[in-house]
Write a new protein. Structure first.
Length: 294
């Protein structure tokens, strides 16, 4: 499956390498002898990793919401290594609150980081991959990029948007030798719930029944009154992502975790059941004179 010469030379560019899934992936890739452009808002957080693998890393400051930093980071990667083989759009965070409770500014901030920044990084790296006629882009979505949940709808919106552009992008760039994989993790034990979740300050009583328990649990976890042991192991997520990149036939969607698999299966079943139940109404919307090919 793996061509060792390519494998030795591969250059990865990972956003949000400071902690969580991004860091686990960077460490695992480096342990395998590959090269990583480590990026973080605060480069202090990646200094240790860069020092452990000085010949195989470049540590760059990158807040993905700053286009000038995106341009500079990609430029440095190309200047140093001459190529980017694997781009991992990983940096992200979540907002917890009902659709009506999340302030406009917070909605926009959430889309800036989880969607527009990914688009910016993609569009900055793609010209190099097109020139190479090779490359693999992993867009870290979520099980929540396929299934939406009460209380995280704005976050889900950002991840659904990522899935939407990724599907189209895959069709556009596959003929150019570039592969796209959407990664859909379930719950993984990172800093996501403790450090990367913003709980809205607006609370509308009518929504308490539906999302009150979720909000309370999130607060209790932050206050260390509740221990939350996510089942997913970031190291194993890293190995699964590497397996997809090593594959000659990588998936468009890589689902990570049993919890994610069962949530996605449940959604597929319910979409299919609803599609079947309403098919007659759906097809009865065509002009009478139009005969569609079966
Ligand atoms: N953990 C899960 O259960 C889970 C499930 C599904 C999807 N995901 C997705 O996985 C990705 C990584 O999350 P995680 O679980 O590893 O959480 P994490 O441990 O909290 O890590 C989040 C990473 O994103 C970085 N980041 C956030 N905003 C940034 C920005 N503007 N510029 C650059 N970096 C930024 C953080 O950097 P700082 O150190 O500077 O904050 C950190 O490195 C996210 O896209 C998340 O939506 C996670």
């Amino acid at each position: 499956m793996v061509t060792s010469s390519i494998y030795q030379k591969r250059v990865w560019f990972i956003t949000g390498s400071s902690k969580g899934l991004g860091r686990a992936l960077a460490e695992t890739v480096l342990e395998r002898g590959e090269t990583v452009v480590l990026t973080a808002r605060n480069p202090e957080q990646i200094k240790d990793l860069a020092a452990s693998f000085p010949e195989h890393t470049l540590a760059v400051q990158l807040d993905v919401t700053k286009p000038e930093e995106v341009r500079e980071a990609v430029k440095q990667a190309i200047t140093n290594f001459g190529r980017i083989d694997v781009l991992v759009n990983n940096a992200g965070y979540g907002v917890l609150g009902a659709i009506e409770e999340v302030r406009n500014e917070e909605v926009r901030r959430q889309f800036e980081t989880n969607f527009f920044a990914v688009l910016e990084v993609l569009r900055t790296v793609l010209p190099h991959m097109r020139q190479q006629r090779s490359g693999h882009i992993l867009n870290i979505s979520s099980v929540g990029g396929f299934v939406s949940y009460a209380g995280t709808g704005i976050y889900n919106g950002t991840k659904f948007a990522i899935e939407g552009i990724s599907e189209a992008l895959a069709q556009e760039v596959t003929p150019l030798g570039i592969k796209i994989t959407i990664v859909e993790p379930g719950a993984f034990r990172t800093n996501f719930v403790t450090r990367s979740l913003v709980i809205t300050d607006i609370q509308i009583n009518d929504y308490e029944k539906v999302i009150g328990a979720m909000r309370k649990d999130a607060r209790d976890i932050l206050d260390m009154k509740l221990e939350f042991n996510e089942p997913g192991d970031p190291k194993k997520a890293a190995l699964a992502m590497i397996k997809a990149v090593d594959s000659d036939n990588p998936p468009l969607r890589l689902v990570l975790g049993e919890d994610a698999i069962s949530a996605i299966n449940a959604k597929l079943d319910s979409v299919k059941a609803e599609l079947d139940a309403w098919t007659e109404v759906s097809v009865d919307t065509t002009f009478d004179e139009v005969v569609l090919a079966k």
